[in-house]
Design a protein around this ligand. Structure first.
Ligand code: GDP
Ligand code: MN
Length: 386
């Protein structure tokens, strides 16, 4: 997966490498917004720092003509939701006088299995939209990751695209720099949309940088940015606990051992008309009951969860250890949540017997199922009951 940086974080990195960005600072309060606007001369743009695209259309980008207005807008923007994300910070920037908007991006083309630079004289809208409406306006440079992006490739592509002399040298430099940044940080995506032309030249009005999180250990300086990029407390907590957990917006909690099994479970729940609340792959280590306990406890911390589907296929793992972990978690919680359990494999009968006995003496609601389909159906049904 990728760790997505906030716009302001990406801009700091772009700027350090010589790509010009608008003057600006980050604010977490309306008062601070006012202060920054004052410093920048009054006319500013407020940009909600949320990790979604299309903030402009969603109301996350606002212009203010004065520090007063900036403060007022910030008080509305801060704490509000943009496409399901809470705005905790706004980037306050000098307003730009935009003459043209271009697009420049570094991507990995998954079909061709190669990195590529994409650029266009149409910027400011989704590049997918440009590709659909004006395919002839999209220019691509594919290059060998071992050779790297060659100067002649950039020159040829810019020449073909018909850039003017003045534009050409700046575009050349920006493309090369974007590539350097992407390469250095092992990015999956580095994007400037729009790259704007103002009377003072080229400026990156927006910035995106998504880095491969399997490579993060090689970039300790990015690790420190991580806290601010994690909007979800449960996901942050899961990472610290070493759990492979992604939070979703539904009400059916999912626990499975193996990413494939967890995804299959999610798919079936979707097909049956339910909504998964999360993805959780327990990984190995289920021989220790505290692992399952931790997983179940974590999933039911999410208050949206109304039912949990536990789908375990035990080979090395033994079912009685899994059962023990589930019981430990249920004993400690005061939430009453029905469980749907598919427990198959080594010592299956023993595990189920332990759970049945526990359910009887504690009044816990546990439904045993024999297939994933049956489990998904049951979980969906239960999620709609409550
Ligand atoms: P996005 O919608 O999340 O991609 O946010 P952007 O930073 O790309 O902003 C959306 C649009 O706001 C841009 O495409 C610009 O056309 C427009 N915009 C207008 N004035 C300004 C300005 O002064 N600064 C910036 N950054 N954007 C501006
Ligand atoms: Mn943008």
């Amino acid at each position: 997966m990728a760790m997505r940086l906030h716009e302001y974080q990406a801009k700091r990195i772009f700027s350090k490498h010589g790509i010009r960005v608008p003057k600006g600072e980050i604010a977490e309060t309306p008062e601070k917004t006012r202060e920054i606007a004052q410093k920048l001369g009054g006319r500013v743009v407020l940009k909600a720092q949320v990790l979604v695209g299309g903030r402009g259309k969603a109301g996350g980008i606002k212009k203010a003509e004065s520090p007063d207005e900036a403060e007022k807008i910030a008080s509305q923007l801060l704490g509000s939701m943009i496409k399901g994300h809470k705005v905790e910070k706004v980037l306050v920037e000098e307003a730009l006088d935009i003459k043209k908007e271009y697009y420049v991006g570094y991507i990995i083309d998954k079909n061709r299995r190669t990195p590529a630079i994409i650029f266009s004289k149409i910027g400011g809208m989704d590049i997918e939209e440009v590709a659909a409406k004006h395919p002839e306006e999209i220019h691509r440079i594919y290059f060998d990751p071992l050779w790297g992006l060659q100067d002649y490739q950039v020159r040829t592509a810019l020449f073909k695209a018909g850039f003017s002399k003045e534009e050409y040298s700046e575009m050349f430099r920006i493309i090369k720099t974007l590539y350097e940044i992407a390469f250095k940080y092992e990015a999956e995506l580095a994007e400037i949309n729009p790259l704007v032309i103002t009377s003072n030249g080229f400026v990156a009005a927006d910035a995106r940088l998504n880095v491969d999180d399997n490579a993060l250990y090689r970039h300790p300086e990015l690790e420190s940015l991580r806290d601010a990029t994690e909007v979800d407390d449960l996901e942050r907590e899961a990472r610290l606990k070493g759990l492979n957990y992604v939070r979703l917006s539904g009400e059916i909690g999912i626990i499975a051992n193996g990413a494939g099994l967890a995804m299959t479970t999610m798919d079936l729940i979707n097909i049956m008309g339910g909504k998964p609340a999360n993805f959780l792959d327990t990984g190995g280590g289920l021989a220790d009951p505290t692992k399952m306990k931790m997983c179940l406890e974590h999933v039911i911390k999410d208050e949206n969860v109304k039912v949990v589907f536990i789908n375990i296929f035990a080979e090395i793992t033994r079912c009685e250890k899994v059962a023990e972990g589930i019981i430990l978690a249920l004993e400690e919680t005061n939430r009453k949540i029905p469980l749907v359990i598919k427990l198959v494999g080594t010592n299956e009968e023993l595990g189920k017997k332990m759970l049945r006995e526990y359910a009887e003496r504690s009044n816990a609601e546990i439904h045993f199922v024999d297939s994933v389909e049956e489990g998904a159906r049951k979980a969906v049904e239960l999620s709609k009951e409550v």
